[in-house]
Design a protein around this ligand. Structure first.
Ligand SMILES: [Zn+2]
Ligand SMILES: [Zn+2]
Length: 276
C-alpha cells in the first residue's frame, strides 16, 4: 500500500486510547423489515460511518463529533437510501461537515438517481469525495488509516479496512466470497471483521446469482486470514429464524472458527472494541 493522505482534520479527540464502540444501525440486505433496517454501521468516537442504509435514521443520539465521515461500499439502495435521513439528523444535531466517500461512478449514480431533484427535492449538506481522487489507496482521518479494495458484485463494490495504532477492523459487504478471493490477504489478522452473509449454505446458488455470500465460505476465508473475531451482517430480511445462517451447524461441521469467535449481527447491537 502507498502512503496515506490527510483529507480532513476534525475537532474530535484522537481515538488512540481506551475503548471504542461499533453500532449496528442496520443489518439487512435488500429491504428493511420489522427486525432489520438496511446496512449502516457507526463508530461514534471516530465519527466514521460504514454505508448509509435505512438504519442511518438511528444515528442522531449517538453522534459525538462535529464531522461525520461516511464510507459507501457501493450505490445500491440498501446502502444509500439512509442518506436522505441526514436532513432529519442535522435538524436535531447540527454538524460542521458530512463527508461521503465512494467511487466516482457510484457518486454520479446517487446524485442522478436517489438525489435527483424529482426524487428528493432538497440538497443534502454533503461534501462528496471520490475515492479515485485520492493520490493513493488510503485516507487518514485523525489516527485512523482507511484502505479500500475492490469486491466482486453486480456493478462493483469496495471493502474497507480501518487501522488505528492498536486496533483494526474491516468491513466487507456485497460480494460473493470465496476462500481464494484476493481480498482475504488485505484482511489478514484484522482484529474485527464485519462481513456480509446474506445467505445460509442451503442457498449457495442464489448467493452466486445475486453476488452475495453464504455461511461456510465466509468462515473458511476468515480462517485463512486468521481473523480473531467475525461479525456476520447484511442478512436476508425475510429470514426470521433464530439461527438465520445455520451458523451452529456450519461451525460444528467445518470447525474453521470457534463459536465464541463469530457473531450474527442484529439491529442495535453495540460492540465494545478494545484498544490495546
Ligand atoms: Zn446490499
Ligand atoms: Zn449490492
Amino acid at each position: 500500500m502507498s502512503s496515506e493522505v490527510m483529507v480532513s482534520p476534525s475537532s474530535k479527540p484522537l481515538v488512540s486510547e481506551g475503548r471504542m464502540k461499533l453500532h449496528f444501525l442496520g443489518t439487512a440486505g435488500y429491504h428493511p423489515g420489522d427486525r432489520r433496517q438496511t446496512s449502516c454501521l457507526f463508530l461514534p468516537e471516530a465519527g466514521i460511518m460504514l454505508d448509509a442504509g435505512t438504519g442511518l435514521y438511528r444515528v442522531t443520539p449517538l453522534i459525538q463529533t462535529d464531522t461525520i465521515h461516511i464510507f459507501l461500499s457501493h450505490a445500491h439502495l440498501d446502502h444509500t437510501f439512509g442518506l436522505t435521513c441526514l436532513l432529519d439528523v442535522v435538524a436535531k444535531r447540527p454538524l460542521k461537515n458530512i463527508f461521503v466517500y465512494a467511487e466516482q461512478a457510484k457518486i454520479d449514480a446517487i446524485q442522478s438517481g436517489l438525489l435527483h431533484p424529482l426524487m428528493f427535492p432538497v440538497e443534502l449538506p454533503i461534501q462528496w469525495i471520490a475515492l479515485e481522487s485520492q493520490s493513493c489507496d488510503s485516507i487518514s482521518i485523525d489516527d485512523a488509516k482507511i484502505q479500500w479494495f475492490p469486491l466482486m458484485h453486480p456493478g462493483g463494490s469496495v471493502g474497507f479496512r480501518i487501522d488505528w495504532p492498536k486496533l483494526s477492523i474491516a468491513y466487507v459487504t456485497d460480494t460473493t466470497s470465496h476462500v481464494d478471493s484476493a481480498y482475504w490477504d488485505i484482511l489478514r489478522k484484522v482484529d474485527w471483521l464485519i462481513h456480509e452473509c446474506n445467505f445460509s449454505d442451503k442457498e449457495t446458488e442464489f448467493a452466486r446469482l445475486t453476488g452475495h455470500s453464504w455461511t461456510t465460505e465466509v468462515l473458511k476465508g476468515a480462517k485463512r486470514a486468521e481473523i480473531e473475531r467475525l461479525i456476520l451482517t447484511h442478512l436476508q430480511p425475510t429470514n426470521d429464524n433464530i439461527d438465520p445462517l445455520g451458523l451452529a451447524a456450519a461451525l460444528a461441521k467445518h470447525r474453521d472458527l470457534g463459536p465464541d469467535q463469530v457473531i450474527v449481527a442484529e439491529d442495535q447491537l453495540c460492540i465494545q472494541l478494545d484498544i490495546n
